[in-house]
Every structure is written in C-alpha cells, then in structure tokens.
Design a protein around this ligand. Structure first.
Ligand code: HEC
Ligand code: HEC
Length: 294
C-alpha cells in the first residue's frame, strides 16, 4: 500500500515510471493467477461439488415449502428446512444410523460406504416389497435384512427358512395377504391408494396373522395384548408411533427387550431429541410435503 501511495512521486523519473508500469502488470497477473488457482482446485474437489449441489437443492426445496399451504411459519423461514424430513432425514440417517444400516445400499445422502452393513436396509421399510423380502427364505438372512445382525440364526430366520419355505400354495397365497395387512399397519403415504383398494384383502390378512396356518402370533403380539409374546410387537408395525418408539428404545419390552443387538436407544440415551427422531421416522416413511401435480 505504501508503494502504491508513493507511485505518483516515483513516476516523475523515467526509471520510476517503468517500475510503476511493471508493478501494475505483475499485480494484475497476480490477481488473475490467484483467482484461477482456487477456481480450478474447487472444481476438482468432490466435497465442494457436493456442497454446491446441496445448496442448490436447498434453495429449490425452500421455495417449494414456502409455497405450501402452511406457508412460512411465524418463527421465520429458517425453520422451513429445519423441520423438513426430506432435508434433515438423510443427514440424520448418515450421521446416526448408517454405521449399521443402509438406505438403498448407501448412507442416506447417496454416499457409498466401504464396510458391509451390520443391520437392515431401511429403504421402503414396512412397505409390501420390504416385508415380502423379509419373509422370503432366500433373502431374510442376506445383508439386506438380518444377515449382518445376531438374528442371522435367530427364531425369525429359522421360521422363514424352515416353515415358510415349506408352505403349500394355499399358504403362500395367505402369506401375501398377511404381508399386505402388515404393511397397511404402517399407513404409508405411497401405499394409501393401494391399501384403500385392497381393504377386503387386508381385513382377511389381519385375521390370518393370528391364524394357526400363519403362526405369527405364536411369537408376536398383534392387536390383542399378549404377555407371552417374545418377538417385536406387530401392532401398528412401521407406523409413525411405532417407529418413533422403536428408535427411542429398541430394547423396550414391546420390541427386542434384552435380546436387542447393538442398536442404541437414541431417545432414552438422549442422543437424539424428539424432533430429530420424528424427522427420521417421517423421512423413512416417505412422509414429507410434495406439491400436488397441476
Ligand atoms: C450400532 C448399530 C445400529 C445403529 C447405529 C442403528 N441401528 Fe437400527 N438396528 C440395528 C440392529 C442390529 C437391528 C435389529 C434389531 C435390534 O437388534 O434392535 C436394528 C433394527 C432397526 C429397525 C427395525 C427393522 C429391522 O431391521 O429389524 C429400525 C426401523 C431401525 N433399526 C432404525 C434405526 C435408525 C432410524 C437408526 C438411526 C437413528 C438406527 N436404527 C441405528 C442396529 C443399529
Ligand atoms: C417362532 C417365532 C416366530 C414366528 C412364528 C414368527 N416370528 Fe416374526 N420374529 C420373531 C422374532 C424372535 C423376531 C426378532 C428377530 C429374531 O430374534 O429372530 C421376529 C421378527 C419379525 C419382524 C421384523 C421386526 C423388526 O425388527 O422390524 C417381522 C416384520 C416379523 N417378525 C413378522 C412375522 C410374521 C408376519 C410372521 C407370520 C407369518 C412371523 N413374524 C412369525 C419370531 C417369530
């Protein structure tokens, strides 16, 4: 700054003038070089690219939310993204759950992980498809379901691999109704129309869950209180309440009790607050605001 200040005085001599011109050009060159270097470096960084992509997504999402019927809340527009399951769910999942679980084979935000999963893939949790996979003798002990947990050789895996594998054609048809009925307990937004259409089939399935042919209530509690039940409660399976309670404490008597494998009690241990658990449950259930198509 001192030299620049003195430039008019230095410029009175011919040599000084040349010095001024030279200095000006090298300063200009420096500015160009120092702009070029970081811009090209950022372009190469995946973290930078991801951050720009996320900012772009958030900018789009916040506009969608501001135009929703509820509009901008009284607390201000910052809470729009803070309370949005679609924005917060993937981040919360990547941070708290992806050390064991996967979401569509990834960490929730779309990043690939190196280690094999230690618990189920929760993409589509409690949907008919997810449950059909769980009750498939070929798939229940795969890494997608119980393969990474200590239940790999548990009672449910044994039941599916021995009993379900030996089901007659009639029983297989009944199992499809059981799956539809169990999934309907979750009341997923994506299956609302299908569940309404299949109301009769679902009612049949509900009765079948407690039947001797299907045997589910030999171990699980369903609809009626059952003190002898040792397996997780299937009443309201995958519903918002069920999920919030499960994430809060999977070792509750209603769920895995003392047999709980590694999964932390996020609510009980105050790792996550009620709001974060609610956001996770909503996100896993695919329940967030989407504008209806005009
Ligand atoms: C340390 C490993 C671990 C972490 C972290 C973990 N879980 Fe689990 N999770 C498990 C295991 C193991 C099971 C199987 C049942 C059990 O032992 O509770 C499970 C079961 C579940 C289930 C029931 C479906 C099933 O596959 O049995 C849900 C839903 C679930 N976890 C959600 C979550 C969410 C949401 C998070 C993050 C907030 C999370 N888990 C974090 C290990 C984990
Ligand atoms: C022999 C006892 C037994 C029978 C019969 C049984 N289950 Fe299970 N089920 C279990 C146990 C125990 C678990 C927990 C995992 C384990 O310990 O293997 C479980 C886990 C499950 C889960 C996953 C819970 C979670 O973590 O999210 C679902 C869903 C389920 N069973 C549905 C059914 C259905 C539907 C039937 C009937 C077609 C059925 N089960 C029959 C014992 C049984």
């Amino acid at each position: 700054m001192g030299i620049i200040f003195l430039m008019p005085i230095i410029g009175r001599w011919k040599l000084g003038h040349r010095f001024n011109v030279g200095l000006s050009f090298s300063l200009l060159g420096g500015v160009i070089l120092l702009t070029y270097l970081p811009v090209t470096e950022d372009k190469r960084k995946p973290a930078f690219k991801a951050a720009v992509e996320e900012a772009r997504r958030n900018a789009h999402r916040v506009k969608v939310l501001a135009e929703s019927p509820t509009g901008i809340p009284r607390e201000g527009a910052v809470t729009l993204l803070r309370n949005d399951p679609l924005t917060q769910g993937p981040k919360l999942f990547a941070k708290n759950c992806a050390s064991c679980h996967r979401y569509d084979g990834r960490d929730g935000t779309g990043r690939q992980l190196q280690d094999p999963p230690e618990a189920s893939d929760l993409n589509g949790f409690a949907s008919r498809e997810w449950l059909a996979g769980l009750l498939d003798p070929e798939r229940i002990d795969s890494l997608h379901y119980f393969g990474g947990t200590k239940f790999k050789e548990g009672k449910m895996v044994k039941f599916v691999k021995k009993d379900v594998a030996g089901f007659s054609l009639e029983q297989k048809e009944q199992l499809k109704k059981v799956i539809a009925a169990l999934s309907a307990e979750a009341e997923l937004k994506s299956l609302r129309k299908l569940d309404q259409r299949d109301a009769a089939l679902i009612a049949e399935g509900r009765a079948l869950i407690a039947s001797e042919a299907m045997r589910c209530t030999e171990c699980h509690q369903f609809q009626k209180p059952d003190e002898d039940a040792t397996a997780p409660d299937l009443t309201g399976y995958g519903s918002r309440d069920w999920l919030v309670d499960f994430i809060s404490n999977p070792a509750h008597a209603r769920f895995y009790s003392k047999r709980n494998d590694r999964m932390p009690a996020f609510g009980q241990d105050k790792v996550l607050d009620g709001q974060a658990i609610g956001l996770l449950a909503d996100w896993l259930r695919g329940d967030w605001y989407e504008p209806s198509q005009p």
